[in-house]
Design a protein around this ligand. Structure first.
Ligand SMILES: Nc1ncnc2c1ncn2[C@@H]1O[C@H](COP(=O)(O)OP(=O)(O)OP(=O)(O)O)[C@@H](O)[C@H]1O
Ligand SMILES: [Mg+2]
Length: 473
């Protein structure tokens, strides 16, 4: 009430009578400002302008090879966030071991700075030498495969890419080997990691194509056995048959994060996949990504695979979801996002139930075991949280979603999005560019998001480890 009264007073206090801006617009003046109608070609012009601006922005702060550089890490940051030991002890150990990276300082006697590569080497050293009570090296049980994590919601702008990118970076800082797969033809994740992608042949597309091609080959063998003519593989499919995940993986400015990138052409998959499926009803399109990544040894080469998906439940998203062990569904604590996320889960149910049903009709007829999808864990994650405004709604969401809602709410922080063209998110930002408290608060919320995720991950790996031990007994 008080607020309304104040605004009224303010308006009344003005000398000129108040008129909202949408009154008294002169049609002739409006016409004078208007340009010609837009034809299709107009989109191309706009796109060109955007591409130029983007190239200009993206080239700022690149190194001589036109690639991104990752910032350095200071002794303060290392001993506070990455290798939690006393600074004095850290310095002493470095002094005693001249072979270890010694860092560099900008001024005589100033703070020492290290590359992430050097931090990882230091951590390995501390991990081997240090007290057993602190686990400097992140846990991954022997014999357990990498975990694949899909971040998805068909609602746009809920924080999928930000969440996936920050988790990938925190996991990398923690010492895990990370692969990021961008399944969104918008390519935001690819930009964040400085990926260079010419066309769909440098995206995940060839993996899907190869999976289909392999299916056709097996089918053709059956046809030949029956005396039917084989279906020819077109040039594109034949080209895909020789491609592996390693052909698509590129390194990034993070020493332990690799990328399978995306760009606009990846959208083509949404048209191509249903055509293939029409031609071969028995092709299990949803298994394509899982099968190819497994066959190419990706699950041994990495600890974690993060899959960023587009804001749609298309074929690429279905592949990403089917490949995932852990599914994270980001959403804001607003009514509209809660509402549409509920419908997203509904769509997930009907999509996967209809795939299972389709498969199991045949399985039952042939007396084969039925299939069923399974995820190690599914968690909704509140993003861009504003405690002052959204406490009540998030409490309500917690009450309805229970364990499915991750206990940590990721706060809204101005540090995201305003960091700059070459710096993406809190982990790439240099804390000296911010007020320390703003930095610490922003970092805290993403560290807590990672902590909640890591708890989930370790629990899942441990479950797998114990099951494997039991099976071996
Ligand atoms: N914790 C946060 N605090 C403040 N802003 C955030 C936060 N997380 C994300 N944002 C901002 O919200 C916007 C949308 O985030 P993001 O691109 O991650 O969403 P998305 O779900 O991947 O979008 P899309 O559906 O287009 O792929 C971005 O401008 C991002 O900078
Ligand atoms: Mg996104």
């Amino acid at each position: 009430m008080g607020k309304t009264y104040n605004i009224e007073q303010k308006i009344m206090a003005k000398d000129t009578p108040f008129l909202p801006p949408y009154f008294n617009i002169d049609p002739d003046a409006a016409l004078a400002e208007l340009d010609l109608p837009t034809e299709t070609g107009g989109f191309a012009e706009i796109a060109r302008a955007c591409a130029q601006g983007r190239a200009d922005l993206a080239s700022r702060g690149l190194n001589e090879e036109g690639r991104k550089d990752l910032r350095l890490f200071s002794t303060w940051e290392i001993t506070r966030y990455l290798i939690p030991v006393a600074q004095a002890h850290f310095r002493r150990v470095l002094k005693q071991n001249p072979d270890l990276p010694q860092g560099r300082s900008e001024t005589e006697g100033g703070a020492k700075w290290f590359t992430l590569d050097e931090v990882l080497r230091l951590r390995a050293f501390f991990g081997a030498q240090g007290s057993k009570a602190k686990n400097y090296l992140p846990y991954r049980p022997a014999g357990q495969p990498a975990k694949m994590v899909a971040v998805a919601n068909f609602k746009g702008g809920v924080g999928k890419t930000s969440t996936a990118a920050h988790l990938a970076m925190s996991a990398a800082l923690d010492g895990y080997r990370v692969l990021v797969i961008d399944l969104d033809s918008q390519g935001s994740m690819t930009s964040i990691f400085g990926g260079q992608v010419e066309d769909e042949w440098q995206t995940a597309f060839p993996l899907l194509a190869r999976h289909y091609g392999e299916y056709l080959r097996t089918e053709n063998q059956r046809r030949l056995d029956r005396g039917d003519p084989p279906q020819p593989l077109d040039d594109a499919l034949s080209a895909a048959m020789g491609m592996t995940a390693q052909d698509l993986i590129q390194s990034t400015h993070w020493p332990n994060i690799d990328l399978i990138g995306a760009q606009l052409n990846l959208y083509w998959a949404e048209f191509q996949v249903p055509v293939w499926r029409m031609q071969a009803r028995g092709w299990k399109l949803w298994d394509a990504l899982t099968d190819r990544l497994e066959a190419d040894g990706v699950l041994d080469a990495y600890d974690l695979v993060f899959i960023d998906t587009p804001p749609a439940l298309g074929y690429l998203t279905i592949n990403g979801l089917a490949a995932a062990d852990i599914l994270l569904v980001p959403l804001g604590a607003s009514f509209l996002e809660f509402d549409s996320t509920g419908r997203f889960f509904d769509m997930l149910h009907s999509t996967f139930a209809s795939i299972e049903e389709g498969e199991n009709v045949a399985a039952r007829a042939l007396g084969r075991p039925e299939i069923g999808f399974e995820w190690d864990a599914v968690r909704a994650v509140i993003t861009r949280y504003d405690g002052a405004q959204q406490g009540e709604l998030s409490g309500l969401m917690q009450a309805y979603l229970g364990k499915v809602l991750s206990p940590h709410k990721q706060d809204f922080t101005a540090l995201i999005g305003q960091a700059g063209e070459q710096v993406n998110g809190i982990y790439e930002a240099d804390y000296r560019d911010f007020n320390r408290e703003t930095y610490a608060r922003g970092r805290e919320t993403f560290d807590a998001t990672y902590a909640a995720f890591k708890r989930l991950l370790l629990g899942i790996w441990r479950r797998g480890e114990l099951e494997a031990q039991q099976a071996a007994e």
